[in-house]
Design a protein. Structure first.
Lengths: 204, 203
């Protein structure tokens, strides 16, 4: 390690493995917020996000935690654990993915939806519409958007976390962005979306 | 490059061919929406930037770490990628330590689980709780739990040599093997009692 440079995650992990509590807490403070946000975006529940964050670091304490630095970074590995834990919670039915009616502590306030979400997605109303659009994505697309776009995880780490090739990460992200634009356009003009439906059979 | 080829490169993910955008108004407009979307996603991320796990998550983690390191100072997280030499050295050191401890004092008679259960009855109130605590052996010099005190149980793996500390016999040959255990933590996060889960661990 260079003098004055912050320790890498792997260096902290080595210290953790030798029983250094400070290193454990340093790694926790460095990574917990992103993991918590990931779990929150995926589950829509702050209580699940808390549980997942805690369980990720408990898993790291286990001897058979399975981290292999040759397969990716510790950050990607931790996101991978978080993802599996969120899925487990979802299977148990403990989560409410739709944040529309979010009332849990820690959630963002509900905002009015602008008629034209695409006018300025960086405005508060646009942000809310986009947040809801992200949560409405199918899970496989939502997780890649949350990782790469919201948490700015690089594609290699996202691939480790999702257990898929980098090319798959890119193609899912491409598809997810398309779905988001589609969703926002539908919100802007629902009639336009309905007009896109093609009649299958004439009943008259 | 036609429009299809342009979008096949996934330009919104970086490296857009600006020449095509200058030539094609439709793709330029679509690309503009993609850039708006990217800016919007950055804004969503910024909006959530202050979200993090609350402080109450930290304390149990700290306690779990201490429990893992506290039951036996020999506890280590040994990665698969640790050098074999380190592993062999650690095993040799633990076996040597086990020999030393066995020679240094004769361990007390192993406490059967029932005894441990009776001991724990003093630590916890209520029949229901007692059954949950069956098999726990109070740690030497650990403070006793008062009635209705909140406890946490953490699952860990420790070397068999750690069993010597609570008066159980351990054969020197197996002293370095790992054994699953539950560690009971008091409200202060300190270990109070331990329960070895694998019946084969004895001895």
């Amino acid at each position: 390690m260079k003098p004055g440079a912050p320790e890498t995650d792997d260096e902290l992990l080595l210290r953790i493995q030798s029983g250094d509590e400070q290193a454990f807490m340093a790694l926790y403070h460095r990574r917990q917020a992103a993991l918590c946000r990931f779990a929150l975006h995926m589950s829509g529940s702050m209580s699940v996000a808390e549980d997942v964050t805690q369980e990720v670091f408990l898993a790291l304490l286990r001897e058979d935690c399975g981290y292999d630095p040759e397969r990716g970074t510790l950050s990607g590995y931790l996101f991978g654990i978080a993802r599996k834990l969120v899925l487990r919670h979802m299977e148990r039915g403990r989560v409410d993915v739709n944040l529309d009616g979010e009332s849990e502590e820690g959630g963002l306030p509900q905002l009015a939806v602008n008629d034209d979400p695409l006018i300025d997605l960086t405005r508060r109303e646009g942000i809310e519409a986009l947040r809801r659009a992200v949560h409405a994505l199918p899970r496989r697309y939502r997780e890649v958007v949350v990782l790469c776009d919201l948490e700015e995880v690089d594609y290699a780490d996202a691939a480790v976390a999702l257990g898929c090739p980098i090319g798959t990460v890119r193609s899912r992200l491409h598809r997810a962005r398309g779905l988001l634009l589609e969703k926002l356009s539908q919100e802007r003009s629902p009639r336009h979306a309905v007009s896109a439906w093609k009649p299958v059979r004439c009943l008259s | 490059m036609n429009c299809q080829e342009f979008w096949n490169t996934m330009p919104e993910l970086g490296g857009a061919d600006e020449r095509h955008l200058q030539e094609c108004a439709a793709c330029a407009a679509r690309m503009s929406r993609q850039r708006e979307l990217a800016a919007g996603l950055r804004a969503v991320a910024a909006n959530y930037q202050s979200v993090s796990a609350p402080a109450r998550v930290e304390a149990p983690l700290r306690a779990a770490f201490r429990a893992q390191a506290g039951v036996s100072s020999d506890v280590r997280l040994r990665p698969r990628w640790a050098p074999a030499v380190t592993w062999a050295t650690a095993c040799a050191a633990m076996i040597a330590m086990a020999f030393f401890l066995m020679r240094g004092r004769q361990p007390e008679m192993p406490q059967p689980p029932a005894t441990a259960g009776v001991e724990m009855a003093a630590l916890a109130a209520g029949d229901e709780t007692q059954s949950d605590f069956e098999g726990f052996i109070p740690l030497p010099n650990a403070a006793r739990l008062a009635e209705n005190e909140e406890v946490n149980v953490v699952h860990v793996e420790v070397p068999r040599s750690a069993m010597i500390a609570v008066g159980l016999e351990v054969s020197p040959e197996r002293a370095s093997e790992l054994v699953a255990a539950d560690v009971m933590l008091g409200p202060d996060g300190l270990a109070r009692a331990v329960r070895f889960l694998d019946s084969d661990t004895l001895f």
